[in-house]
Design a protein around this ligand. Structure first.
Ligand SMILES: NC(=O)c1ccc[n+]([C@@H]2O[C@H](COP(=O)([O-])OP(=O)(O)OC[C@H]3O[C@@H](n4cnc5c(N)ncnc54)[C@H](OP(=O)(O)O)[C@@H]3O)[C@@H](O)[C@H]2O)c1
Length: 306
């Protein structure tokens, strides 16, 4: 079968190659991939590929071989899946614990846009606790995760201030419910009960300073790739007794497939709207990856297999 394999070349990070079809474990279904999405974090991993590893965590397609242990869909079914790799391919083996059935009303393109970014947003908000009536500051808001966080948090009753590079990058966030769009954390008025921070560098300390006393900053990324420096003494003038919490989306008590099913249900009900900045044929995967890495795509990027 055809699949994308890493090259280590930043100009063309993946090429299509002939690889063996996957052999599913007993708890895995074999899925014929119809669409997959790519994530900026994956583009960073492609800079130093691990030999033998194939990328791809977000897929939608058709189960063509159910899991041998009887788990998951029993027959042919449309699904969305979140394998830990190997998804940018004609076929992927996906643990049934990371699969959800896709109703006819949700397209493969929308489905493929859900897994990593949607799961991160959903679990990030769970980690934040109840947000009804709470003021939330969200950095990196124009990305895949940011659009989902904005819509989910607003629906749950939060007042969201979103930080985006410019007005165009924030346009859709207003429609999804953001109360305010600012273009630098320094322009956010605060105080905020919760800061959701994923850009690092200078942004984190500035956003942290906008927390209310005993507020919480959840740190879930470093998109600028610049480490953060914090000054203990600055806290005397800022968010006294603030909590800084590290977050990783796989550290959760819930099953991936169950949370995926929630994202699918909300999408089917018209309560979650994947923001997809680019849909292209999978032949354009390499250029889509470089455009995503270089911040030329808003929201998600989805590749479709013809
Ligand atoms: N902790 C976890 O479990 C977990 C899971 C998934 C993702 N993440 C992280 O979550 C973040 C968002 O992921 P994503 O998939 O939504 O990525 P994305 O679609 O590429 O979005 C990245 C966001 O960060 C902003 N950004 C990029 N470079 C920046 C810079 N140098 N300075 C300031 N802002 C910058 C972008 O703003 P522009 O519009 O200006 O480009 C965009 O809003 C990433 O940091 C990712 O690594 C963490």
């Amino acid at each position: 079968m055809k699949a994308f394999v890493p090259t280590g070349d930043p100009a063309e990070p993946v090429v299509l190659a002939d690889v063996p079809e996957p052999t599913p474990r007993p708890d895995e279904a074999l899925v014929r991939v119809e669409a997959f999405s790519v994530n900026r974090g994956e583009t960073f991993k492609l800079e130093a590929p691990v030999p033998g590893e194939r990328p791809g965590k977000d897929i939608a397609g058709l189960v063509v071989q159910p899991a041998a242990d009887g788990s998951g869909p029993a027959g042919i079914a449309r699904v969305v899946g979140h394998p830990m790799g190997g998804g940018w391919a004609e076929f992927a083996a996906v643990p049934t614990s990371a699969l959800a059935v896709l109703p006819d009303s949700v397209s493969a393109t929308d489905g493929a846009a859900l897994p990593l970014a949607g799961l991160t947003a959903l679990r990030l908000l769970r980690a934040a606790g109840p947000v009804v009536g709470r003021r939330v500051l969200l950095t990196g808001a124009s990305g895949g995760v940011g659009h989902y966080v904005t819509e989910l948090a607003t629906a749950a009753g939060a007042e969201v201030t979103a930080v985006t590079r410019d007005t165009e990058r924030g346009a859709r966030l207003s429609e999804l419910g953001a109360a305010e769009i600012v273009h630098r954390p320094a322009d956010a008025r605060g105080p905020y009960d919760i800061v959701l921070e994923s850009t690092g560098g200078q942004a984190l300390p500035v956003a942290l300073a906008r927390l209310a006393k005993r507020g919480t900053l959840i740190w879930f990324g470093q998109a600028s790739r610049t480490p953060v420096t914090l000054d203990f003494f600055a806290f005397f003038d800022g968010p006294e007794s603030a909590v800084i919490r590290h977050f990783h989306y796989l550290d959760a008590d819930t099953v991936l497939g169950d949370d995926l099913a929630t994202l699918v249900r909300l999408t089917a009900e018209g309560r979650l709207h994947p923001e997809i900045g680019r849909v292209a044929d999978w032949a354009d995967t390499a250029s889509t990856l470089t455009d995503l890495r270089d911040r030329r795509i808003r929201g998600k990027a989805v590749l479709t297999l013809s």
